[in-house]
Design a protein around this ligand. Structure first.
Ligand code: ACO
Length: 231
C-alpha cells in the first residue's frame, strides 16, 4: 500500500486562494499534526462536545490515530502558494476485524474524553458489517477532514473528498466510507456521491441514567456512517 513516488500536483483556482492538492508524504506528517491541533482537534463537533483539547494543543491519542492513518499513504493535503497547509483529508485502509481490535485497544486508554468519542464511533461501526454487505475485503476509510479556519468556505473540503475518490480508485478500492460527525461534513460527502448507511442521533446516545453521553452543539445533531461504492 506504500507508493511514496505517487505524488499528484494539480493546481486549482478557488474563489480566494490558489490551492495545490497533493498526497501527504512523510516529511509533512508533523506539519499535518500541527495543522490538526489548530483545526480539527478543537473544532470537530465530537471533540468539541467532549472538550478533548484547546486550540493549538495536542492530544496524544488523536495524534497517534492521525500518524497511524498517515502511514497508509492515502491522505491528501491542500497547500497554498507558500506551501502552508490549508486543509487535509486523512484516509486509511480499513480491514475486517480492525474495529474490534481498536475497541480492545481503546479499553486501555486513560483519556476518558477520547474514549467517549471513539466508543461511540466504534460501536456505531459495529452495527453493520460493511465487508459482507458490499462483498469487499477492504475499505477506503475517510477518517479526518479538516480545513484551517482561515481557508474555510472556499470549497477545499469538497475538493479533498473529490480527489480522494481518485486515490481510492487508483489503489483499487471498491468501497469508501466515512463517519461524518457534523452537518457540514455530511453535506460535503453527500455532494460527492456518498450515501447514508446508518445514523445515530446524539440525544439518543445516552448513559445508564438516560443523559446524552456527548452534548453536541447545534446544528450538529447526528452521526452518519456514509459510503460510496465505486463501480
Ligand atoms: N456553515 C455553513 N455551510 C458550510 C460550513 C459552515 N460552517 N462549512 C461548510 N459548509 C458548506 C458550504 O457552504 C458548502 O456548501 P455548497 O457546496 O452548497 O456551497 C459545503 O459545505 C462545502 O464546503 P467547503 O468550503 O468545501 O468546506 P470547508 O473547506 O470550509 O471545510 C470542514 C468544511 C472540513 C467541515 C471545516 O469546517 C472543518 O475543518 N471543521 C472542523 C473539523 C470537522 O468538523 N471535520 C469534519 C468531521 S467528520 C470527518 O472528519 C470524516
Amino acid at each position: 500500500m506504500i507508493h511514496k513516488s505517487y505524488t499528484r500536483k494539480i493546481s486549482s483556482a478557488c474563489n480566494f486562494s490558489i490551492m495545490e492538492y497533493k498526497l501527504i508524504t512523510e516529511e509533512r506528517f508533523d506539519d499535518v499534526v500541527r495543522h490538526l491541533r489548530d483545526s480539527f482537534f478543537a473544532d470537530e463537533p465530537l471533540n468539541k462536545a467532549a472538550g478533548l483539547c484547546c486550540k493549538g494543543l495536542g492530544n496524544r491519542e488523536l495524534e497517534q490515530h492521525s500518524y497511524e492513518t498517515l502511514e497508509d499513504h492515502l491522505s491528501l493535503m491542500a497547500v497554498d502558494e507558500n506551501d502552508e497547509i490549508a486543509g487535509v483529508i486523512l484516509n486509511g485502509v480499513l480491514l475486517p476485524g480492525d474495529i474490534k481490535s481498536a475497541q480492545k485497544k481503546l479499553e486501555l486508554s486513560d483519556d476518558e474524553n477520547f474514549k467517549k468519542i471513539f466508543q461511540l464511533l466504534y460501536s456505531h461501526n459495529q452495527k453493520v458489517n460493511i465487508f459482507e454487505r458490499f462483498n469487499v475485503d477492504k475499505a477506503f476509510d475517510v477518517r479526518i477532514l479538516s480545513v484551517d479556519g482561515r481557508f474555510r468556505g472556499q470549497g477545499i473540503a469538497k475538493e479533498l473528498v473529490r480527489r480522494s475518490e481518485q486515490v481510492a480508485r487508483d489503489f483499487e478500492f471498491k468501497l469508501m466510507k466515512a463517519d461524518a460527525t457534523g452537518i457540514f461534513s455530511q453535506k460535503i460527502l453527500k455532494s460527492n456521491g456518498f450515501e447514508l448507511l446508518i445514523e445515530q442521533y446524539y440525544n439518543k446516545y445516552t448513559d445508564e441514567f438516560g443523559y446524552p453521553v456527548l452534548n453536541v452543539e447545534s446544528p450538529h445533531i447526528k452521526l452518519q456512517l456514509l459510503y460510496k461504492y465505486l463501480d
